[in-house]
Design a protein around this ligand. Structure first.
Ligand SMILES: Cc1cc2nc3c(=O)[nH]c(=O)nc-3n(C[C@H](O)[C@H](O)[C@H](O)COP(=O)(O)OP(=O)(O)OC[C@H]3O[C@@H](n4cnc5c(N)ncnc54)[C@H](O)[C@@H]3O)c2cc1C
Length: 458
């Protein structure tokens, strides 16, 4: 069960790049023919910064954000040099335009083998470097020397309880998404029932241990990353299915609740910038359920996850038949589709840009990619809210040192990954989680190594 949420990911990474040349440094085996057939554009540092500021309503910690955007591409190269292999995301992040695969939304690279490929390679590297891995062993508390320096962890494992001493500790054990109690306490009552998309082990233990040692809570404790996730998915992630219970192509259809009413702007932005906050909107609907509805025109645009046999789906030649098959109020859905179709304005449809093809006169509007639902068969996918990870956590500085309530580093304590607060508030930009974990993980490792060397000699 090793690998945490990282194992469940699609292993998509967000980083700035200037040109195809920089992408080719990450993917040296990209052939001339492949390079000719793609349009990767560019994703300037200023754009990545602006995207993260925009989706977090300006609340992303500016210092941490700067470290993230500046460190992202170097961290990608560093991983590549260590044998993490990259691939262009043809399937999920590109559409064909004028004979070329055009990438969109600041996200175009994934790890070969997805989350399992990434996780397995990182474990291999750790083992090659002589790192000892203790499976089935949980850290239960931090050890402190008399001078306050963190001196290791108290652990519970198959051989009982014990201590592991160390001159520095890096906490990288996830947020509190898998703790129903903490979700209810910090996110609200409805979150008790949310399905957990990934590991069942990220129960906030690392955050708790650090807070007990005097760390300051930081960031947005009241919200999280949560998406549209198959209604019948199991309560925690399934390592064979991975991320395929997600349903991320809603910008090409409409989303209705069990009353047949729409409740979000499906085309407010690229899905990379809306999907992480729409899970919370689904949670507010009757039965915490929603239905994504498409017609035959857009079916070929739907992502791979729509074609797995485990998808909770129905199709019908009529909207009424679809409503009956999925348990949606028949009249309600008919009214919604009729009003939606009448509101769609003309314009060019282009899934690789914000095409401005929108509705007029309905609430909520659909701001891009609005096409009438008029071509049977119609298909519908039943979803609920799947929580990915929580946004609130610990406060770190640019050296990944964990800070106490007065803003002073706790000597010997470092943190990276989901349990760091301050970067994401209310929303998120796809591919930033792994990137932030990599950038701050690398810094935390370097800082911890420096501290350990200093500790040993002095
Ligand atoms: C289905 C899914 C798809 C995703 N897709 C993407 C994507 O494509 N791109 C992206 O950027 N992000 C994605 N994410 C988010 C991404 O998974 C996280 O941002 C990232 O993996 C977090 O890394 P981490 O090291 O902080 O936590 P994890 O990878 O979850 O690792 C934490 C580890 O700590 C262990 N642990 C917990 N408590 C303890 C304890 N007390 N003692 C010891 N160990 C403990 C856990 O068992 C786990 O192994 C996705 C997440 C999910 C669930």
């Amino acid at each position: 069960m090793r690998g945490g949420n990282t194992y469940f990911t699609g292993a998509a990474f967000r980083f700035p790049y200037k040109s195809l040349e920089e992408i080719r440094r990450l993917i040296p085996d990209l052939s001339e023919a492949e390079a000719e057939a793609v349009d990767v554009g560019s994703y300037p540092t200023s754009q990545m910064r602006a995207d993260l500021v925009r989706v977090t309503d300006g609340r992303a910690d500016p210092e941490l954000l700067e470290v993230l955007v500046a460190g992202a591409y170097p961290a990608m190269l560093w991983m590549r040099e260590r044998g993490v292999r990259w691939l262009l995301m043809y399937g999920r992040q590109a559409f064909e335009v004028d004979g070329k695969r055009r990438f969109w939304g600041g996200l175009l690279v994934e790890v070969i083998g997805g989350g399992p490929g990434l996780s397995d390679r990182l474990f291999e590297l750790a083992e090659e470097a002589g790192v000892e891995i203790r499976y089935e062993t949980g850290a239960a508390g931090l050890l402190r020397a008399e001078d306050g320096h963190i001196a290791g962890v108290r652990v519970e494992g198959p051989d009982g309880v014990g201590e592991i001493g160390g001159a520095a500790v890096v906490l990288a054990c996830g947020g509190f998404e898998a703790s129903a109690e903490m979700r209810v306490e910090h996110l609200g009552a409805g979150w008790a029932q949310a399905k957990v998309r990934g590991t069942e082990f990220n129960t906030g233990e690392g955050i708790r241990m650090a807070l007990e040692a005097g760390a300051a809570p930081y960031g947005d404790w009241g919200s999280c990353h949560a998406v549209a996730w198959d209604l019948n998915a199991p309560p925690y992630g399934n390592r064979r299915i991975g991320d395929l219970y997600q349903k991320h192509s809603y910008p090409f259809g409409i989303v209705a609740n069990a009353n047949g009413e729409r409740f979000v702007d499906e085309g407010a932005d690229f899905r990379n910038y809306t999907y992480a906050r729409y899970g919370a909107e689904i949670l507010k609907q009757p039965h915490q359920a929603a239905f994504q509805i498409f017609d035959a025109k857009v079916e070929p645009l739907l992502r791979d996850e729509y074609r797995i046999p485990q998808a909770t789906k129905a199709s019908s030649d009529t909207i009424g038949g679809l409503a009956d098959a999925l348990g949606i109020d028949r009249e309600g859905l008919a009214r919604t589709v009729e009003a939606f179709n009448a509101a769609v304005q003309p314009g060019e449809f282009d899934p690789t840009r914000l095409d401005g093809r929108r509705t007029e006169g309905i609430a909520p509007p659909k701001s891009n990619w609005a096409l009438p639902l008029d071509t049977p068969p119609f298909s519908g996918y039943a979803v609920t809210c799947g929580i990915t990870f929580t946004f609130g956590g610990l406060r770190i500085n640019t050296e990944a040192e964990v800070l106490d309530g007065e803003g002073r580093p706790i000597p010997g304590l470092y943190a990276a990954g989901e349990l760091v607060g301050g970067l994401f508030w209310g929303n998120y930009a796809g591919g930033s989680g792994l990137m932030a974990g990599s950038v701050f993980g690398r810094i935390a490792g370097l800082s911890a190594a420096r501290a350990a060397l200093a500790f040993d000699v002095g």
